[in-house]
Design a protein around this ligand. Structure first.
Ligand code: KIV
Ligand code: ZN
Length: 500
């Protein structure tokens, strides 16, 4: 069977689309999890797009090993120089360069003739080759290009030394049979196509990104590009977890296998959702909460008789483990660690001590601790290292009157107490935190939801702050007290913005 190279662009195409600025620590956390998942290539960012992106690609190149680290560039020398510099410490660096090849991209966006595009292709790939052996060329908007011109561009890229050629459906316009035909056309008509790996990169504007990517793989592509949970520009990119599970479930249909450790899929999906603040819809294929839930009586009856009646994938294959041990305040550290391993969290030492202590506090407040509570505990972990911590809070409010919040925060080791008013407890809370921290970014979005079961369920608060430069900062907070969860979320977002 052929080998499928899995190219993850969550940190580039995924991140760039959301207006979210992930900090280097968050990107490293995602990158390490992608290594656990077993992806072959991580596209870590677009170094020329901002100093922050440059630094993130550089940090990931230094710290994340055992995987190819890729950086995106336009087909211009200064982008390639910066990208090569950012990738300098990568174990296996790849430069991903390219430009638009459809009539509309060439005429309207690039203001270039087709011959100039061919020339740029040659110059950029050769220039990138001076830095790294592994150069991927993307022909942006391939699907809307003229076929014979696309063949010429791809041929030129391979002749100039490209090791991988990416044929994107940039605007998500293709249907599966059309995209399959395009890849087949490239396979049949590009001279020396066997000297490069053909890559599929699909967007989901018509809801067909996964189907299109799979059609491309059937037609000969051996690399798939996509993101975890399908996050990305507009309607998103191909969901890698969907492609992987399609191939694992029906390898003979695609004649290809990947190195992915499928049991890490659920943990990776949760991590990306938590860090980006992008919620996975309940009905999302593979990773949605309902993906393995059998609700109707007829289905439940069938599954009890034989799981195969309505289940084509076992939940445990993607790391959703049935809980056989019920966790409570009587559970030991080892039982917690065991369950966390099953859920995809590999923790030990001091980190385990810390989570166990917080687990016991939670178990005291609740009779039973469910998996969702553990996800929340892990989500809350990020706030522990922050230099601002909530020490105490008090509120007074009544319907028809303004509310007052009094809060004591520990800021860099010093206790600060302030009071502020608002038109409700939450607005008073946010005002008093602004007063202490000097935050000026405005609230773009705020939500609270329950993430576990029962009266004592943990509440998850999400706060999105937008600063004057347009940057968006997502904060999360977890607590059985939703006001405390809101305070934590707000402080978490302020910390990211202010770097606290
Ligand atoms: O969608 C696209 O064409 C891209 C390229 C920059 C690879 O993301
Ligand atoms: Zn894209």
């Amino acid at each position: 069977m052929r080998k499928l190279y899995v190219f993850d662009t969550t940190l580039r195409d995924g991140e760039q689309s959301l207006g979210i600025t992930l900090n280097a620590r968050e990107k490293i956390e995602i990158a390490h999890q992608l290594v656990h998942l077993g992806v072959d290539i991580i596209e870590a960012g677009f170094p020329a797009s901002s100093p922050g992106d440059f630094e993130s690609v550089k940090t990931i190149s230094c710290q994340v090993k055992g995987v190819t680290i890729c950086g995106l560039t336009r087909a211009v020398e200064k982008d390639i120089d910066l990208c090569a510099e950012a990738l300098r410490d990568a174990e296996a660096p790849r430069i991903h360069t390219g430009l638009g090849v459809s009539p509309i991209h060439m005429a309207k966006k690039l203001n270039m003739t087709p011959e100039q595009v061919i020339e740029r292709t040659r110059v950029a790939v050769r220039y990138a080759k001076k830095y790294v052996q592994d150069v991927e060329f993307y022909a942006e908007d391939s699907f809307r290009s003229e076929r014979d011109f696309l063949v010429r561009v791809i041929q030129e890229a391979i002749l100039s030394g490209a090791t991988v050629v990416n044929i994107p459906d940039t605007v998500g316009y293709a249907s599966p049979w059309e995209y399959g035909e395009l890849i087949a056309y490239v396979m049949q008509n590009v001279k020396d196509i066997d000297k490069a790996i053909v890559s599929v990169h699909c967007h989901n504007d018509l809801g067909m990104a996964t189907a299109n990517a799979l059609a491309g793989i059937r037609a000969g592509a051996e690399q798939v590009e996509g993101t975890i949970n399908g996050i990305g520009e507009r309607a998103g990119n191909t969901s890698l977890e969907e492609v992987i599970m399609a191939v694992v479930t029906k390898p003979e249909a695609y004649n290809i296998v990947s190195n992915i450790h499928t049991k890490e899929i659920a943990a990776t999906s949760r991590l990306v959702s938590r860090i980006t603040g992008v919620t996975v819809p309940d009905h999302k294929a593979i990773v949605g909460t309902n993906a393995f839930m059998h609700a109707s009586g007829i289905h439940q009856d069938g599954v009890i008789k034989d799981r195969d009646t309505y289940e084509i994938i076992k939940p445990e294959d993607i790391g959703v483990m049935q809980n056989v041990i019920s966790l409570s305040a009587r559970s030991g550290r080892h039982a917690l660690q065991h369950r966390m391993e099953e859920l995809g969290y590999h923790i030990e030492g001091e980190e385990l001590d810390d989570i166990y202590e917080r687990f016991l506090r939670l178990a005291d407040a609740k009779k039973e601790v469910f998996d969702q509570d553990i996800f929340a505990l892990m989500g809350d972990k990020q706030s522990v290292a922050q230099s601002i911590q909530v020490k105490s809070m008090a509120f007074s409010s009544a319907i028809g009157h303004s509310a007052t919040a009094t809060i004591t925060l520990e800021v860099n080791g010093a206790l600060v107490t302030e009071q502020a008013e608002g038109n409700g407890p939450v607005s008073a809370l946010f005002n008093v935190i602004d007063r202490i921290t000097g935050n000026t970014a405005g609230v773009e979005d705020y939500s609270v939801k329950s993430v576990s079961r029962g009266h004592e369920a943990i509440g998850e608060a999400t706060v999105k702050l937008r600063n004057a430069q347009g940057g968006l900062f997502v904060g999360k907070g977890f607590s059985t007290d939703v006001i405390e969860a809101s305070a934590k979320a707000y402080i978490n977002a302020v910390s990211k913005y202010g770097g606290a």
